[in-house]
Design a protein around this ligand. Sequence first.
Ligand code: ADP
Ligand code: MG
Length: 240
Amino acid sequence: MIQFHQVEKHYGHFHVLKNINLSVEEGEVVVVVGPSGSGKSTMLRCINRLETITSGLLTVNGVQIHDRKIDINRVRRDIGMVFQHFNLYPHKKVIDNITLAPIKVLGLSKAEAADTAMYYLEKVGIADKANAYPSQLSGGQQQRVAIARGLAMKPKIMLFDEPTSALDPEMVGEVLDVMKALAREGMTMVVVTHEMGFAREVADRVVFMDQGQILEESEPGAFFDRPQEERLKTFLGRLL
Ligand code: ADP
Ligand code: MG
């Protein structure tokens, strides 16, 4: 579903991604961890071309995503993204936040889009907030709306960039539960997070990034219990 092959990226003179090689199969959950500034967000944003790459190949859902000849909007429809700061439209009701793209981009009727929105709001457990405004919701509820909004486009891939980092601790669980359910249903997911419990429980593979490189990649048992790289050992040690 996603394949990085020798991907490099520079911001001017700064070498932010170094020889990134990573494959994500359909239905896989890959969790990316690493220190702040290591390039996790940049790597994630390359997948839907929110960032360009300097060289290498990046194939997403069978398409060379950085080929200028492709229809990027067509490819992006299949890729949902959830950010740390929900990015909901503050002046639109919850339901309208969710129906906007399906109406505009997929061409659904208002009624169809509303049905779809309600289905996903039920799924994330906040159907009763359909007519509220984002500011009337808790952070955890807003993030669940953001996830429902992504799902309403029926994507093949969901990208999460620290979806719980801006939440009060008591709201982290409700968002992670939604993500766990999504993983169980077979969604292909790439998740940047500091939630090591989630990584251990849900990830098929965990990837450690440091200074623009993938230093280690393994299944959660090996990753947490038998880390190989010194820098990963130090990183995990700091979390204890
Ligand atoms: P992470 O998500 O792991 O914290 P980022 O991918 O956000 O890391 O950033 C990696 C590095 O690239 C950081 O040193 C950051 O300062 C730098 N960086 C991020 N975005 C830009 C940009 N638009 N221009 C220049 N440098 C950037
Ligand atoms: Mg980041």
